[in-house]
Design a binder for this molecule. Structure first.
Ligand code: SAM
Length: 192
């Protein structure tokens, strides 16, 4: 079993949600095509998507944030095993405690679904001029993974509100893609 297969097995055995293969393929193509080499990820889990994104090119640098210590430790091990510790910086903290500096070509939002608007507000200033913000789980088709139905309903509602929020933003435009649980791809509007 190679490292990626081991990570997929760990995620499946331990109920850790990681990005689906079609989402990963989309992200990799986007990074390659648009040369989005400086990446910020919100929600590392075990480092699976960070490693996949960094595998596109040696030029890719990823900063990724994870608050769960157990998952963080697992991610650190995986990043080291992938020999990517010089290109993937992982921070163990709550996203809202991290002072995010610098500009990023790609921000991948894949953390607590109820807080996507706040995440967007936190990272939008860190986006480079031609940068892209990709938000995962915008459609949440695969709701079976969420056990408590009251909680599921709340999250679905929050994602609807987030979708409307993105649609109404004056300075950004968003494309909604039916990949996996749905990707929202947001870019700054070009000023004429
Ligand atoms: N991007 C990962 C992948 O595809 O391999 C999966 C990330 S998983 C869907 C979401 C992760 O975000 C969880 O591990 C969770 O602990 C973390 N998370 C959620 N809210 C967070 C917050 N406010 N600060 C830091 N981490 C957070």
């Amino acid at each position: 079993m190679n490292l990626m297969e081991k990570m997929e097995k760990y995620a499946s055995d331990n109920y850790v949600p990681i990005a689906r293969k079609d989402n990963i393929e989309y992200l990799k193509r986007l990074i390659e095509k648009e040369k989005l080499y400086n990446i910020l990820e919100l929600g590392s889990a075990i480092g699976y998507s960070a490693i996949c994104m960094a595998s596109v090119s040696d030029k890719v640098r990823v900063t990724t944030i994870e608050r769960n210590e157990k998952l963080y430790n697992e991610a650190v091990r995986n990043i080291r095993d992938a020999k990517m510790d010089e290109r993937i910086k992982i921070i163990c903290d709550d996203i809202f405690n991290v002072d995010i500096k610098g500009k990023y070509d790609l921000v991948f939002i894949d953390a607590a679904k109820a807080q996507y608007i706040k995440f967007f507000e936190k990272v939008s200033n860190c986006l480079s001029e031609n940068g892209v913000i990709v938000s995962d789980n915008i459609d949440l088709l695969d709701l079976q993974r969420l056990t408590d139905s009251k909680r599921s309903k709340k999250i679905v509602e929050k994602m609807k509100v987030y979708k409307e929020y993105l649609e109404k933003l004056d300075n950004y435009e968003t494309e909604f893609l039916s990949i996996g649980d749905g990707f929202a791809v947001t870019r700054k509007k070009i000023k004429l």
